[in-house]
Design a protein around this ligand. Structure first.
Ligand SMILES: [Mn+2]
Length: 270
């Protein structure tokens, strides 16, 4: 589901990835969404969490390790929301308007507004059904794309860091830039698409400075499999979009990732 924290539901908990879970009350059921492995959802993977007996794993990452007692994994689905819609259909559960908005948000966000190569006829069919029956897409999209002034100022600073070298585009954001604009790290969520939109860019690399590591987002235009590059550094994702949490400062991370991507591009061209 499209949420950034653990969400209590009627019979258990639904969690999405990005290491937000510190602890949860004991429950019988855990539904994990959009996370390739269980350690993606914990703040501290060695924290001795007491897991419920029943875990349901709903995901579309190729790298998913099937950690659930039930695994609904489909790497051809555009998004976890696409799989969830299918589950609703199979179970004949009525979709409420709030659920429809959530599902549409997931489809829209994960396909970059229905333009990334993961957009399939299934994705569009589901989106069409949601629009026909439940939602007004313009209102939902307006909410998704709403930007703060400070976030937009930050964007202009980040765009100014763009460099292009042989089809590889890089850009970065530092903690200082965020502080200067009084923005938040969450404002940078879709910035990488601006880099990927540049016509010469085959691979886009967006680095985000964190307290003691660097978060790297990778996007590919089809030629290289960025999931493979990311996995070398303990990250992962999809062939055309992947991420890494690199335990090095930004400059060092930039060097390492540039080298790895360049090597991958060379291997393909030779
Ligand atoms: Mn996803």
């Amino acid at each position: 589901m499209y949420c950034n924290s653990a969400v209590p539901v009627k019979y258990g908990f639904i969690v999405r990835n990005w290491n937000f879970v510190q602890k949860w009350p004991s429950s019988d059921l855990l539904i994990v969404v959009d996370s390739a492995s269980l350690d993606r959802i914990f703040c501290d993977p060695d924290g001795g969490y007491e897991l419920p007996a029943m875990i349901i794993n709903i995901d579309h990452h190729k790298s998913n390790v099937r950690f659930g007692a039930m695994n609904y994994n489909d790497e051809n689905a555009s998004s976890a929301c696409e799989i969830i819609y299918n589950i609703y259909e199979i179970l004949k559960v009525k979709i409420t308007r709030a659920v429809a908005e959530t599902l549409y948000t997931g489809l829209y966000s994960e396909t970059g507004g229905f333009v990334y190569p993961n957009t399939t006829s299934d994705t569009l069919r589901i989106a069409a059904n949601l629009v026909r029956q439940y939602i007004k897409p313009d209102l939902v999209v307006k909410q998704i794309n709403a930007k703060t002034v400070n976030g937009t100022r930050l964007l202009s600073k980040v765009l100014a860091t763009i460099e292009l070298r042989n089809g590889i585009g890089t850009m970065y954001v530092t903690k200082k830039m965020i502080a200067e604009c009084r923005a938040n790290m969450s404002d940078t969520e879709n910035f990488v698409s601006f880099l990927m939109a540049i016509n010469q860019v085959k691979v886009a690399i967006f680095l985000r400075e964190q307290n003691d590591f660097t978060r790297i987002s990778l996007r590919s235009n089809c030629q290289i499999d960025v999931d493979r590059v990311a996995r070398k550094y303990g990250g992962g994702g999809h062939r055309l979009a992947a991420g890494i949490k690199m335990q090095t400062p930004l400059k060092k991370a930039m060097k390492a990732i540039l080298l790895a991507v360049r090597k991958q591009l060379n291997d393909i061209n030779n």
